[in-house]
Design a protein around this ligand. Structure first.
Ligand SMILES: NC(=O)c1ccc[n+]([C@@H]2O[C@H](COP(=O)([O-])OP(=O)(O)OC[C@H]3O[C@@H](n4cnc5c(N)ncnc54)[C@H](OP(=O)(O)O)[C@@H]3O)[C@@H](O)[C@H]2O)c1
Length: 246
């Protein structure tokens, strides 16, 4: 689809050198939006995503650092003079079985929360005024792990629960000028999950949709949330019906 309904609007997507973030950047880019592409380490991959879009810049920044979050918003405003959508997609967290309490050290908790929770907060605060000027919105990529007792580690799942709740709380205070929503996907086929074969088999056998999600499935929902003028405070579960059977 190449409908250019986003011409003249600006979207900042954190963690968009790969996986879901790259698919979201492409989805908005193909609709005509100007896109700020970001990652903290994978510079070449991020530059390649930006180069593939009609009007995009790549900015390296670590979302776990408050100053770098502010800088990302400033770079978008310097370049295009406005911001319409902030997609808080960057996320992190090692795989640690939940019963393995000792490996979920406070250091791991701090690292995971720095990006998945504090980064989302810092970017939302930094972007709020600019988003209010355009009647824009925030879309947070959280996870089913923030709702059900699942996920790649306890700190990760708890961070996503915090961000789901933050989505609802911030939606209350930023309306009516800024809408705030989240998409909470199940397993998505991305570089993060490329070695999780067993989990993919489970979805193929059990989920009503008989597969895990793709990054494009998530991008479709992000676009929908960004385009729905009355939708705010929503945490949309994207699970192919998996919750109905598990
Ligand atoms: N894949 C799934 O099954 C799944 C399910 C539910 C929710 N999610 C969520 O979806 C989001 C994207 O996941 P994904 O599967 O697409 O992962 P991915 O393919 O590993 O991509 C993660 C992206 O985030 C960037 N990133 C990581 N830490 C960052 C930081 N501190 N600052 C800026 N960028 C950072 C990565 O680039 P650098 O490493 O170069 O920084 C990369 O661009 C995450 O929030 C994840 O929790 C994923």
């Amino acid at each position: 689809m190449s409908e250019r309904s986003w011409d003249g609007r600006v979207v900042l997507v954190t963690g968009s050198s790969s996986g879901i973030g790259a698919a979201v950047a492409r989805r908005f880019g193909e609709r005509g939006a100007s896109v700020l592409v970001n990652s903290s380490r994978s510079v070449e991959a991020g530059q390649a995503v930006a180069a593939s879009l009609p009007d995009a810049i790549y900015v390296q920044a670590d979302v776990g650092d408050e100053d770098q979050c502010s800088m990302l918003v400033e770079r978008a405003l310097e370049r295009w003079g406005r911001l319409d959508v902030l997609v808080n997609n960057a996320g992190t967290g090692p795989v640690i079985p939940h019963q393995n309490l000792k490996d979920a050290t406070l250091e791991v908790w701090r690292e995971v929360f720095a990006v998945n929770v504090f980064g989302v907060w810092a970017l939302t605060v930094a972007a709020a005024q600019a988003l209010a000027q355009t009647k824009g919105s925030v879309v947070n990529i959280t996870s089913i792990a923030g709702i059900r007792q699942t996920g790649s580690s306890l700190p990760y799942a708890t961070s996503k629960a915090a961000t789901n709740h933050m989505t609802e709380l911030v939606a209350r205070v930023l309306g009516p000028d800024v809408r705030v929503n989240a998409v909470a996907p199940v397993l998505v086929d991305t570089p993060r999950t490329e070695n999780w074969e067993g989990s993919f088999e489970q979805y193929a056998q059990v989920a009503p949709m008989r597969r895990a999600a793709t990054a494009d499935d998530v991008a479709d929902v992000v676009l929908f949330l960004a385009e729905s003028p009355y939708l705010t405070g929503e945490v949309l579960v994207l699970d192919g019906g998996f919750r109905l059977v598990r």
